[in-house]
Ligand binder design. Structure first.
Ligand code: AMP
Ligand code: MG
Length: 414
């Protein structure tokens, strides 16, 4: 499935850190989209990636129709306010009227077809109907309050390109041209496991020295909201044997393996070693904070991304590396997160590594600014829950209040 991965000559021997941009481009370079597609009902298409170009076989709207409840008229008969016309027909939505007689108006409702001959609709608020007659208390111009056939979508035009990630608005758009089924890329199979002898599942008592496996829920949720089929292999003890076993199984059953923990340099960190024994470690250690000890590689055709164990690092490295990788493998046209300019509402000393700080957008008299969460530790998951996005602080740079930073919003990411 994936092309041969080139091993950077000094990737694992050198202690030097790889820049975030370089790491991302290397990751995206080796990823290729899954080929298989399947036809699904649009009802279930949210989060899936289109595998075909969609064209419309109809105009939307299909016919000129009224944008208002009111009266359809010949505009030339109502160039000045105060004209009285006989109401010659009534056209509710869902019905077709007949040709509009000269000197008359048609009572018409929103969405109903404008009858032949009529070239404007006057909204009912400026009309007065008495018996069979209506006074039009405004001057009318041709085209008023008419939604033209094809003004949304023209017959034979492309409505969505292959590679589009389908959101609810695309589900609606596809339905509006009458398509019930669409071809989408098959779901990406992503295997996960969570290393650490200290890990316990929620719902159980903690013994001294144990913690709950929170990464499982963060990561599984992120994968699901990215439209993946998750193969959750649970907690793995800190032994080389157990790590080799689970990695072998994961690689044999998934397109991509994403794990947490065990990628540092500690004696209890076996993920990297297991990867080197079963496949290749092509990249390790990124110049970022949080998230330095990220490992990337492959076991045969299955790509592997080992996220750090710290809960904030999991979230941040997922957004920066795993999500774009997943989107590329899903065949999505655009893979990268939006980065928006934001004014800093704080001062920050900066470190040698590129930092991703948890912030929240606030507003003052000068517009939007980023407020920082006071505790930025990589284990402080509350910071991610509090925040609505990340700001990037470039390596070696300090931040002054008022500086413009790049902001990656969490909303719209999933
Ligand atoms: P590691 O990368 O395995 O050295 O883990 C780094 C830190 O993250 C340690 O404090 C771990 O206890 C913590 N950690 C590792 N895995 C998880 C997990 N699944 N859930 C919550 N914390 C974790
Ligand atoms: Mg560990």
């Amino acid at each position: 499935m994936n092309g041969k991965i080139e091993v950077a000559a000094d990737c694992c021997a050198s202690p030097s850190l790889i820049s975030v941009d370089e790491a991302l481009s290397r990751i995206l370079n080796v990823a290729s989209p899954v080929e298989e597609a399947e036809s699904i009902n649009i009802e279930n298409a949210s989060g899936r990636v289109l595998a075909e170009v969609l064209k419309s076989t109809i105009n939307v709207p299909g016919y000129d129709n009224s944008a208002m409840d009111g009266y359809a008229v010949h505009s030339a008969e109502c160039t000045e306010a105060g004209v009285t016309l006989r109401v010659s027909q009534r056209i509710p939505a869902g019905q077709a009227g007949v040709k509009l007689e000269a000197g008359t108006a048609a009572r018409i409702f929103t969405g109903a077809p404008v009858p032949e001959g009529a070239d404007a609709v006057v909204m009912q608020e400026v009309c007065q109907q008495q018996g069979d007659n209506v006074s039009i208390n405004t001057a009318v111009t041709a085209g008023d309050n008419i939604r033209r056939a094809g003004e949304d979508i023209e017959k034979d035009s492309v409505i969505l390109r292959a590679g589009t990630r389908i959101r609810p608005q695309e589900q609606g758009l596809i339905a509006s041209v009458g398509l019930a089924n669409v071809a989408v890329k098959r779901k990406l199979k992503v295997a996960t496991f969570f290393t650490g002898d200290e890990l316990v599942e929620p719902g159980h008592e903690l013994a001294q020295g144990q913690i709950y496996n929170s990464n499982r829920y963060t990561l599984t949720g992120l994968l699901q909201s990215a439209g993946c089929e998750v193969i959750d292999l649970g907690i793995v003890p800190d032994t080389l044997e157990a790590t080799l076993d689970v990695l072998k199984h994961a690689a044999a059953n998934a397109d991509l393996v994403v794990t947490s923990g065990g990628v540092s340099v500690g004696e209890e960190d076996y993920v990297r070693i297991a990867l080197q024994q079963l496949g290749e470690l092509t990249m390790w250690r990124i110049n970022m904070k949080p998230g330095k000890p990220l490992a990337f590689g492959n076991v045969d055709d299955t790509l592997f991304m080992g996220l750090p164990g710290n809960p904030v690092s999991v979230f941040v490295t997922f957004l920066i590396f795993a999500r774009p990788l997943i989107f590329k493998m899903q065949g999505a046209e655009s893979c990268l997160s939006n980065e928006l300019p934001i004014r800093s509402g704080f001062e920050w000393k900066g470190v040698k590594r590129q930092e991703y700080l948890r912030v929240r957008v606030r507003h003052d008299g000068s517009g939007a600014y980023a407020e920082i969460y006071p505790h930025q530790g990589s284990g402080v998951l509350s910071s991610v829950s509090w925040a609505d996005g990340l700001v990037i602080v470039e390596p070696g740079k300090a931040v002054n209040t008022g500086d413009v930073l790049k902001y990656i919003p969490f909303h719209g990411l999933y």
